[in-house]
Design a protein around this ligand. Structure first.
Ligand code: ADP
Length: 513
């Protein structure tokens, strides 16, 4: 009972009641009142009441300066205070003060945190109704009855709680009721030990630093937000299920501090990497330009002497003077070597044009079959030397818009490969047809075939399969790269099917529109 005043208090015949029951107490806030001394200011009619010390604990100095009542005292200077004494009547388990959950020592006292029950958990009656018998006495049996005021006039009548910092959040009497109930149910929140909090904070800072340095920004942010949410969910569950109170502000603060502290380092690191990348890219571009210029210059300079060699061999062979067989052979060798060299130089020149993005399509309406016939004719001699039969099966086609020079080169490269990589006395067949608005041209050989591992690489520049490299078949590794590139320029594609030792089929598909 606290602060009973006014007419209503006088109406209570306290002296009589107090002498009949030993369980009626006057609670006092003042610590000096404990022990044997009577509170000097105890007014009549309270003089016969038992009294006990039950201070209201408010955080104004040590814990926080927010005036919130979070705690209760169980003992002071080794004297057990009123709350645990009364609660022990109801819960024998806590008659030993050591059994009270979540206690900690603070200065000269032992204290615990109040478990606040929902507002309205404790029935409240008007004093007047009690006196006039409107409240059935039976409903108060075996209950702790707290009497107090709620006049709204004095701040002392109220406490602020962790759930509401309002100065009139709860009456002092309800606070005491919460303390009693916390003790009776022995469910005072248990605060996580300091070392656990240090460990969690350390873990959180590690996760944050790792996230900042190792994860991409969006993913990192997602991980940090997910960490915060998970932590909040864990903490709320711990509090509501097990009554364990862990400090959320420290890990939260750690995330923000670590994030803002380390993010500039990451930015500096990334800036340096991108600066280095730009520099390297610039250098590579210069080197690439130099290489392309050099290649095209060299190729141009080589083309003239080769043309001269080819011209001179023509002159010698067409001369009326008969040549010996050996001379004929020599001349044939010179001619084929010059042809090879010219083909190689042309490929390099085309490659240079592609790399310097100097290639433009020169479109004409052309019957693809005519281009194929030209190409077959050009390769007949080469096929004959290898005793290879070229079979063609060309369906009539409508003319389409193509760059004839580029398509000639595509077909030449494919036919040349088919002959080059086929054994003597085999057949190379060329088919053309139209299907679903697409012209399909197949080059089929009975040659060495291509390994499954090599298949994805054959259209890469300068790629030559291992078995070809160790053979004496000549090549630059540019033919299929150029063929693929030129076909793509026409919005077409080249596909290949091949079986090692059995042969390959290269299919060029060109859209009609
Ligand atoms: P290369 O000048 O070496 O012929 P290509 O770019 O034309 O260069 O071909 C790349 C590689 O693809 C060749 O080195 C060879 O290993 C393989 N290849 C191309 N066409 C055929 C084919 N018809 N049969 C077997 N292998 C082939």
């Amino acid at each position: 009972m606290q602060n009973i005043e006014g007419d209503l208090a006088e109406k209570l015949i306290f002296n009589r009641v107090a002498s009949e029951t030993s369980h009626l107490y006057f609670l006092t806030d003042e610590m000096e009142m404990q022990g044997e001394a009577r509170p000097p200011t105890l007014p009549p009619p309270f003089e016969n009441l038992n009294y006990a010390s039950a201070p209201k604990v408010t955080d104004n100095v040590n814990f926080a300066k927010d005036g919130v009542s979070r705690r209760f005292m169980t003992s002071y200077q080794n004297n057990v205070l009123f709350h645990p004494k009364i609660a022990a009547w109801y819960n024998k388990e806590i008659s030993d003060i050591q059994e009270i959950r979540g206690q900690f020592n603070f200065m000269d006292s032992t204290q615990g945190y109040v478990y606040y029950f929902k507002p309205g958990s404790f029935p409240t009656y008007k004093f007047e109704d009690l006196l006039t018998g409107k409240v059935p006495i039976d409903s108060l049996k075996n209950k702790i009855i707290l009497i107090g005021t709620d006049t709204g006039k004095f701040p002392k009548e109220y406490v602020s709680t962790p759930y509401s910092h309002d100065v009139k959040a709860m009456t002092s009497i309800e606070y005491h009721a919460n303390v009693f109930q916390t003790l009776i149910e022995n469910k005072a929140p248990y605060k996580t030990p300091h070392w656990v909090m240090v460990l969690i904070t350390f873990l959180i800072s590690f996760i944050t630093i790792y996230t900042v340095f190792k994860l991409p920004p969006a993913k990192g942010l997602f991980v940090l937000i997910a960490t915060m949410i998970s932590l909040a969910v864990i903490y709320i569950s711990l509090f509501s299920i097990l009554n364990i109170w862990a400090d959320f502000s420290h890990p939260l603060l750690t995330i923000f501090i670590c994030y803002y502290f380390f993010i500039p380092y990451r930015l500096i690191k990334e800036n340096r990497i991108s600066w280095e990348y730009i520099q390297r890219h610039k250098l590579l571009k210069q080197v690439e330009e130099l290489k392309t210029n050099f290649i095209s210059m060299m190729s141009h300079d080589l083309k003239t002497p080769i043309a001269r060699i080819q011209g001179m061999t023509e002159v010698i062979t067409s001369d009326s003077q008969p040549l010996s067989v050996a001379q004929h052979e020599a001349i044939d060798h010179i001619k084929s070597s010059a042809d090879d060299l010219l083909g190689f130089i042309n490929s390099i020149l085309q490659y240079g044009r592609i790399e310097s993005q100097n290639l433009e399509l020169n479109l004409h309406s052309k019957d693809i079959n005519n281009v194929l016939i030209e190409v077959i004719k050009k390769h007949e001699f080469f096929a004959k030397v290898k005793k290879i039969k070229i079979q063609s099966n060309l369906e009539p086609l409508f003319p389409i818009q193509v760059d004839p020079d580029l398509m000639r080169q595509v077909f030449s490269n494919l036919l040349e490969n088919a002959i080059k990589y086929s054994p003597e006395n085999s057949t190379v067949s060329i088919e053309s047809k139209e299907e679903n608005n697409t012209i399909l041209i197949d080059f089929k050989d009975q040659g060495i075939g291509i390994n499954n591992e090599d298949l994805p690489n054959i259209f890469m520049k300068f790629f030559r399969s291992h078995q070809v490299k160790i053979s004496n078949i000549k090549g630059s590794g540019l033919g299929l790269y150029l063929a693929y590139y030129f076909t793509e320029l026409h919005h077409g594609k080249i596909t290949v099917e091949s079986h090692i030792g059995k042969g390959s089929v290269f299919r060029v598909s060109l859209p009609i529109n």
